[in-house]
Design a protein around this ligand. Structure first.
Ligand SMILES: [Zn+2]
Length: 233
């Protein structure tokens, strides 16, 4: 075999290894495992977000408790003042009542907010528990499938390594300059070599100018202007 025939032969082996690798990537078990992983990541993020919200709520409740305490002190002070010097004019009595009502309303507002936040926080705790339950279930499905996939992967990986070894052995006989060219074309298009098909590139079916045909038929490979493959006889 000449160099170009060897390179063509190598390509067959290389493509077989590529096909095996693609089959492995497209494995339904692998795709499902990736979906599970994505789901678990999303749920984890949602759970962290809920936790942060509950934390902020707990801070707000602390602040409200302080405010309630302060208002209760104010209320007590108002009562003490009332006891020590009872207002006599109706104006003073009116103003005492108004002030007392204002502070009492504040307290009731704060207490309402505390109750609302506690309820929201409890809702979030429930949501988090649901997330955890679902995630635990998915995690267990994931582990089961992963165990199956590991067996499948091991077999496929062995097969792939065999195919790669076959290709690597074939590569040994090939001029490094051709190999370089092959690899650089492979980054753009697969397979990198095409055979002449009449007066067309066998890869993309583009009709080739007669100068190109002459070179290829004369044993000098030419890169196809249309698809970039190395065209050989
Ligand atoms: Zn082409």
């Amino acid at each position: 075999m000449n160099q170009l025939e060897l390179l063509w032969d190598y390509q067959q082996a290389d493509m077989e290894a590529e096909r095996q690798e693609n089959t492995m990537k497209r494995s339904p078990a692998r795709q499902r495992l990736l979906k599970y992983q994505e789901y678990l990541r999303e749920q984890k993020a949602a759970s962290v977000h809920l936790e942060e919200e509950v934390h902020a709520m707990s801070d707000r409740i602390d602040a409200l408790k302080d405010a309630i305490e302060l208002a209760e002190t104010q209320l007590k002070a108002l009562h003490n003042r009332f006891e020590s010097s009872r207002p006599t004019t109706s104006e003073d009595i009116q103003s005492f009542i108004q002030e007392t009502q204002r502070v009492a309303q504040n307290i009731s507002g704060y207490e309402q907010e505390v109750r609302r936040i506690r309820k929201d926080a409890a809702d979030r705790d429930n949501q988090q528990r649901d997330i955890l339950q679902r995630a635990t279930k998915v995690r267990s499905d994931y582990d089961k499938l992963k165990a199956e996939y590991d067996v499948e992967y091991k077999d496929n990986k062995e097969k792939l390594e065999q195919l790669r070894t076959v290709a690597a052995d074939k590569a040994k006989a090939i001029d490094p300059a051709y190999m370089e060219k092959y690899k650089s074309i492979k980054q753009h298009i697969m397979p990198p070599l095409s055979k002449l098909n009449g007066d067309q590139c066998g890869g993309c079916r583009m009709s080739l100018p007669s100068a190109v045909l002459r070179s290829v038929r004369g044993g000098t490979p030419v890169e196809c202007e249309s698809c970039g493959r190395m065209i050989i006889q």
